[in-house]
Design a binder for this molecule. Structure first.
Ligand SMILES: [Zn+2]
Length: 258
């Protein structure tokens, strides 16, 4: 086969790249996938993306692959319609529209995590709101809306597999940092990759603690963070959360060489 052919399988109408991304940031994104797997937030499914650091109308995300296996060479760039710029034959996640539509609707969001983490799912199935059980989950104090795909689309396979469903999800999410998806999972976002990963991890941890607390209290009122405490604690977390990222990132670095 001629050499030129193996260079790219992109069609002529693939969107243009937003420009080169530092290798260390690509490595951080690949590491984020592995961190979320190690923390029990994602398993064979789920994904994390980050907005292109210098081209706000592009984002980066792994090819369709189990998160614990992602390496930098698996990262694909997309436009905000979730068309790949450089797939070169690599398959895309069906639910990438979650990411593209949130980036479109929320200019301040720089990273998005979608997961099916098990402790969170019950809160999308019953009418019990998720509340901030402890300071690390203070971002939950702002409220966690629930997206029910049936409301707009009737019976579906539950997947956010096109732009229209992504828009509907982003609308329900509004200005919040976390949204639950009925009978499916959740989405967490943040103004940095580190913040989105932190929130995804602590959404799952908070859900576990709320289940334990509800069982322990057996119907007694729960002394969760109030809105003012939530605001104050979240501000601290956005700085101190870097310590968690540093730990998780260091562990990945010690396990894999890219
Ligand atoms: Zn999903």
């Amino acid at each position: 086969m001629p050499k030129a052919k193996s260079r790219s399988t992109e069609s002529a109408d693939s969107p243009k790249s937003g420009g080169k991304v530092p290798a260390e940031r690509i490595a951080d994104l690949a590491a984020a996938s592995r961190i979320l797997a190690a923390q029990g937030v994602v398993d064979g499914f789920g994904h994390v993306s980050m907005r292109h650091p210098t081209a706000p109308d592009r984002y980066l995300m792994a090819r369709a692959l189990a998160p614990a296996l992602v390496t930098p060479k698996d990262i694909i760039e997309y436009d905000l319609e979730s068309n790949p710029c450089n797939a070169a034959g690599r398959p895309s996640f069906l639910e990438r529209f979650i990411h593209g539509e949130i980036y479109k609707a929320r200019p301040e969001v720089m990273a998005v995590v979608h997961s099916h983490s098990p402790s969170v799912i019950p809160f999308g199935l019953v009418d019990v709101p998720m509340r901030a059980m402890f300071h690390n989950a203070a971002f939950i104090g702002a409220g966690v809306p629930v997206f029910d795909i049936r409301d707009k689309f009737g019976a579906t396979d539950l997947l956010v597999s096109d732009g229209e469903k992504g828009v509907a999800l982003a609308e329900i999410m509004g200005r919040q940092d976390v949204v639950l998806m009925r009978a499916h999972g959740s989405v967490a976002c943040g103004a940095s990759l580190e913040a989105a990963v932190f929130r995804a991890v602590y959404t799952e941890v908070n859900a576990r603690i709320q289940h334990w607390t509800a069982a322990l209290g057996d119907g007694a009122p729960i002394a969760a963070l109030d809105p003012e405490e939530s605001k104050l604690a979240d501000k601290v977390n956005l700085g101190a959360g870097q310590r968690a990222w540093h730990l998780w990132r260091t562990l990945v670095r010690s396990q894999v060489k890219w």
